[in-house]
Design a protein around this ligand. Structure first.
Ligand SMILES: NC(=O)c1ccc[n+]([C@@H]2O[C@H](COP(=O)([O-])OP(=O)(O)OC[C@H]3O[C@@H](n4cnc5c(N)ncnc54)[C@H](OP(=O)(O)O)[C@@H]3O)[C@@H](O)[C@H]2O)c1
Length: 279
């Protein structure tokens, strides 16, 4: 299959490129062209003529997006719209990666694919605008929402913890009042690669199974990597951020379940697998 991957140099894009290696690939990133440039996007899609396009590119700096909303909407909303229009014109299926930040995080249960969105951050609003453009402009689409991602090279929470945990100092304080699904980029890339021949559309949540607080996640990282420093729990109020973090980032994988597809791996198993790769 001819597959274009955007954001191929990013954390998820690198794993996606590796997991899709058996296909005829066209991995692209910002150095090749800017997705916000409609003519460049059209040229790239018209010349490679992908059967499927996996859209991993995004402006992912959540706090930076509050300071520079134009940059977030340029990449995440306009860039996705340009890609969706080109994919529709050249008959490419579009698999677009999205985020738990499209939700408010206020619900007291995991969010499923048909729950109402309500982003609280510029990043979340720009990603939701990207989802809406994909839905409106490319009929053959699949939107895959993920959360709490880590992968080789980072940057991610896991990489920050490994760095902090390896140094001397007082216990590392980690928030315990935000919950989500720690998610391995390997698991996401593998599942998206598996879905390439599967004719499914709409929205699909693809975070790992099981749930954890950031503190639970940190403790597992400290144990697996045998980090000498201690981790202690704290409240998110102790770590004010420019963009508010959702209290609840848990995603229910209802689409996978209703389609009878295998569940995503448990986050602890996926983390152990990642540790086994050398991280
Ligand atoms: N990381 C997470 O925890 C997380 C959680 C949920 C969902 N997601 C979603 O998962 C996807 C992959 O995330 P990631 O963490 O792998 O991101 P990443 O490492 O930041 O990679 C994104 C790539 O897209 C490129 N890019 C940005 N703007 C572009 C533009 N206008 N045109 C072309 N390329 C552009 C970036 O280039 P530069 O580096 O030069 O900007 C980067 O190489 C994104 O859709 C993200 O929203 C991530």
């Amino acid at each position: 299959m001819r597959v274009m991957i955007t954001g191929a140099g990013g954390m998820l894009g690198r794993h996606m490129t590796a997991e899709c290696a058996k296909h005829d690939l066209c991995p692209v990133d910002i150095g090749d062209f800017d997705l916000a440039d409609p003519a460049a996007v059209e040229r790239a899609v018209a010349s490679f003529r992908p059967e499927a396009t996996i859209h991993c590119a995004a402006m992912t700096d959540v706090d930076g997006a509050e300071a520079d909303p134009d940059a977030a909407f340029r990449a995440n909303a306009l860039g996705s719209a340009n890609l969706a229009r080109a994919c529709a014109r050249h008959c490419s299926r579009l698999i677009a990666i999205s985020t738990d930040y499209v939700f408010s995080g206020d619900l007291d249960r995991p969010y499923h694919e048909w729950d109402e969105t309500g982003p609280r951050t510029v990043y979340g609003r720009s990603k939701l605008a990207g989802e809406e453009a994909v839905r409106a402009l490319c009929p053959d689409h699949l939107i895959c929402r993920i959360a709490w991602l880590y992968g080789a090279g980072g940057p991610s929470f896991l990489h920050a913890m490994r760095k902090l945990g390896a140094t001397d100092g007082p216990p590392v304080r980690v928030v315990a009042d935000q919950v989500g699904n720690p998610t391995s980029a390997i698991a996401v890339a593998r599942r998206v690669a598996d879905l390439l021949p599967v004719p499914v559309g709409g929205v699909m949540h693809l975070s790992c199974s099981g749930e954890a607080s950031w503190f639970d996640f940190a403790r597992e990282i400290f144990a697996l990597w045998k980090l000498p420093r201690e981790a202690v729990s704290c409240a998110s109020a102790e770590f004010p951020r420019r963009a508010p973090r959702p209290a609840n980032s848990r995603l229910e994988k209802r689409t996978l379940r209703l389609l009878g597809l295998p569940p995503m791996p448990d986050w602890r198993d996926a983390l152990a697998e990642f540790h086994g790769t050398g991280g």
